[in-house]
Ligand binder design. Structure first.
Ligand code: ADP
Ligand code: MG
Length: 394
């Protein structure tokens, strides 16, 4: 069934839960989930991605404790954890507390004295659906604890710290995109990020555009293995190009002319993987330019081309995702649609005219069900702000 926008639980509810569990007068922060509009598998090639923060997010409330203890309640899991001042687990336990505790660990590694605290986590980002609930938790926890510790940290440094928590403590390999957009997102904007330099620029998404995220509800089991294979293929192709032109440190440095000259020396599939990444980088920068120019038609064309490239050259789509994208293409109000995320299932992202969005969601769900027998979850969002304090009600 299509799922419309669920109102966020609100800071006042989180404050209430905090007071009930712990007493005290908490500070409350909110960090968003995200969706990548364009730029797939470009991150590890040093290239470009263009995510937007969404209006699904995670609240973290925090109040200081005088006994040095750390107590965290997850409203989503209806479960709490508590540790004495010196008994924080040094390693992961493969459960939700790893995420907040990983951030405590990373803050301490960075030399920040995190005092004892009580915390409530509550979010409406669907878990494991590809909207990065994990980064929203990490960043919400980080800004809450930095505030409690009275420490200042630049937003990019916060993003890197949270990525480190996820990589080294939680033990999940992820790039910088999710934490970066949770920190730097801006209302009614997408963010073009250079994954190598971490320079970025915002690109406006008009208010009349809805971001519709459609979960195919499938994740093919080949996804994990294929990811590693793609990375190896990309590395193989990059090495061949680098052999001819030393300036190609990463595939992001290569041009289509390079590929035309030397792609024949690659296995055919390797050449196509490289072609996807080289053209995807061009499309992603062009998509930011199209948004800046208010050219939504161009943006839609770029998203369509990105899907075709992801499907045919990178071979990272699947039947269900193709059905979802093809169904969207025929519906009124569509600006652009493509498979987003690591591939082989997961979500499609659709930019849709706001006035048509409600019907779009309903029809997309129906067509997908008719074709696959699967009930998709479909979320209507808007591009939203990065992590912020919701001290006064929010
Ligand atoms: P995704 O980031 O795509 O949603 P992940 O597997 O990376 O999926 O992260 C999901 C995990 O993050 C959850 O299983 C849980 O451990 C943690 N998490 C997310 N949101 C919350 C929350 N509100 N409270 C506690 N833990 C959460
Ligand atoms: Mg995640």
């Amino acid at each position: 069934m299509a799922k419309g926008n669920e109102k966020m639980p609100g800071a006042s509810l989180v404050r209430e839960i905090h007071e009930k569990h712990f007493g005290g007068d908490p500070r409350v922060f909110l960090a968003p989930g995200r969706v990548n509009l364009i730029g797939e598998h470009t991150d590890y090639a040093g290239g470009f991605v263009m995510p937007a923060a969404i209006d699904f997010g995670t609240f973290a409330s925090a109040s200081a404790r005088s006994d040095g203890r750390v107590e965290i309640w997850s409203q989503n899991f209806k479960e709490g954890v508590a540790f004495g001042a010196d008994e924080l687990p040094g390693t992961r336990r493969k459960r939700w507390p790893d995420y907040p505790l990983g951030v405590v660990w990373a803050l301490r590694e960075a030399g920040i004295e995190v005092p004892g605290f009580s915390m409530v986590l509550e979010g409406d980002v669907p878990l494991g659906a590809g909207l990065s609930s994990s980064a929203s938790v990490e960043v919400a926890v980080a800004v809450a604890l930095l505030s409690l510790a009275g420490a200042e940290m630049e937003r990019t440094a916060i993003a890197k710290l949270c990525q480190k928590a996820e990589n080294e403590y939680v033990g999940a390999s992820c790039g910088i995109m999710d934490q970066f957009i949770a920190c730097h997102g801006a209302e009614d904007h997408a963010l073009l990020l250079d994954c190598r330099s971490l320079q970025y620029r915002l690109a406006p998404i008009p208010r009349h555009v809805s971001v519709v995220i459609a979960n195919t509800m499938v994740k093919h089991s080949i996804a994990g293995g294929e990811y590693g294979i793609r990375r190896a293929e990309v590395e193989e192709g990059t090495a061949i190009l680098r052999g001819h032109r030393g300036g190609i440190a990463q595939l992001r440095d290569a041009t289509l002319e390079d590929l035309e000259r030397w792609g024949g020396e690659m296995a055919e599939n390797v050449m196509r993987r490289c072609r996807h990444i080289i053209t995807e980088n061009l499309r992603t920068v062009a998509a930011a330019d199209a948004l800046a120019a208010g050219d939504l038609k161009k943006l839609g064309d770029l998203m369509a081309a990105a899907h075709v490239s992801y499907r045919d050259d990178f071979e990272a789509s699947c039947e269900e995702a193709d059905i979802m994208v093809d169904a969207a293409r025929c519906l009124p109000g569509l600006i652009g649609a493509r498979l987003t995320g690591g591939g082989f299932g997961g979500c499609t992202v659709n930019l849709v005219e706001e006035e048509a969005a409600e019907r779009f969601v309903k029809q997309l769900g129906e067509e997908y069900r008719a074709a696959t027998g699967i009930e998709a979850e479909i979320y209507r969002c808007h591009a939203s702000a990065g992590a912020h304090s919701v001290e006064n009600g929010g």
